[in-house]
Design a protein around this ligand. Structure first.
Ligand code: ATP
Length: 246
C-alpha cells in the first residue's frame, strides 16, 4: 500500500495523517500518512533528502508540523514539546550519539533513567549492560569507548527510558559486524518484551533481517509499504528510489 498503512491494522501505536513540514521552498515532509502497529519493527528507507529524519523530528517533537496529525498511544502529539512526548513513552536515537563524555558507561545509563523512570534503575542498568554486551566497559568513560560502543551506549540510554516506541536513526551505520549483531539481537529481544520500533536504515541486510514491514519515502512522501519481498519485487521502487537492480 502506497500510503504506509498496514493491511488490516489492529491497534497502531503510531498514527500519522497528512503530515506536512516545509523549510522555505523545500518540501521535506509533504503529506505523509502511516501507521506503526504495536510490537512491530517497521523500517523507514529512502534516498538522501527524502524526509526520513524530518519525519523522526516531527514525531519526536524536535520540529513542529505545518499541519497534519500525529497520534501516539492515544495522544495527539503533533506540535508538543520533545520532553512531553518522551514522557509519554517515545524515545529516539540520533545519528551522532548523545551522551555525557566524562561519565562512565553505567553513569550514562543511570542518567538516562533519571530523565524518566528511576524505579529499578540500577537493576535495569545491569540488564542493559548485559543485553548490549557492555559489561566489560561498564566503568570506562564514555569518551574512551569506540565509535561502535558509543552507538551501543546511545541505544542503551534509550532502553533505560522504558519507552514503548523507539525510533532508531541509522543505528547500525558504519559499525563493526559484531556490534551490528548485538544491536539486532537486542532489538529482537526488546520487541519480545512488547516494544515497538521504527528504524531509519540504509543497510538493506538489516532491513531484510529485522523489519516486519518497510515504508519507502521519496521527496517527502510515502511511496511504498510492504514486506521486504514486496519492496524488492517493486522494480520501480528498487530502481528509481534505491538505485539498485532487482
Ligand atoms: N532544518 C532544516 N532547514 C532547512 N532544510 C531542511 C532542514 N531539515 C531538513 N531539511 C531539508 O529537508 C529535506 C529532507 O531532509 P531529511 O534530513 O529529512 O532527509 P533524510 O531522508 O533523512 O536524508 P538522509 O538520509 O540524508 O539523512 C532535505 O532537502 C533537507 O536539506
Amino acid at each position: 500500500m502506497a500510503d504506509g498503512k498496514t493491511a488490516g491494522a489492529g491497534d497502531p501505536i503510531l498514527v500519522v495523517r497528512e503530515l506536512y513540514r516545509h523549510f522555505g521552498g523545500i518540501k521535506a515532509v509533504n503529506g505523509v500518512s502511516l501507521d506503526v502497529d504495536r510490537r512491530e519493527i517497521a523500517g523507514l528507507i529512502g534516498p538522501n533528502g527524502s524526509g526520513k529524519s524530518t519525519l523522526f523530528n516531527l514525531v519526536s517533537g524536535a520540529v513542529t508540523p505545518d499541519r497534519g496529525q500525529i497520534r501516539f498511544d492515544g495522544h495527539e502529539i503533533g506540535g508538543r514539546k520533545a520532553h512531553a512526548i518522551a514522557r509519554l513513552g517515545l524515545a529516539r536515537t540520533f545519528q551522532i550519539p548523545a551522551m555525557f563524555d566524562n561519565m562512565s558507561v553505567t553513569e550514562n545509563l543511570l542518567a538516562a533513567a533519571a530523565e524518566g523512570h528511576w524505579q529499578g534503575a540500577r537493576e535495569r542498568a545491569a540488564e542493559t549492560l548485559a543485553l548490549l554486551k557492555l559489561d566489560h566497559v561498564a566503568d570506562n568513560r564514555a569518551s574512551d569507548l569506540s565509535g561502535g560502543q558509543q552507538k551501543l551506549l546511545e541505544f542503551g540510554r534509550v532502553i533505560m527510558r522504558q519507552a514503548s516506541l523507539i525510533l532508531l536513526d541509522e543505528v547500525t551505520a558504519g559499525v563493526h559486524p559484531n556490534i551490528r549483531k548485538i544491536i539486532l539481537e537486542a532489538i529482537a529481544r526488546l520487541r519480545e518484551r512488547g516494544i515497538t520500533f521504527l528504524v531509519i536504515e540504509h543497510d538493506m541486510e538489516m532491513v531484510r533481517n529485522v523489519c516486519d514491514r518497510i515504508i519507502v519515502m521519496d521527496a517527502g512522501r510515502v511511496v511504498a509499504s510492504g514486506s521486504f519481498n514486496d519492496i524488492v519485487r517493486n522494480s520501480e521502487v528498487m530502481q528509481t528510489y534505491l538505485g539498485r537492480p532487482q
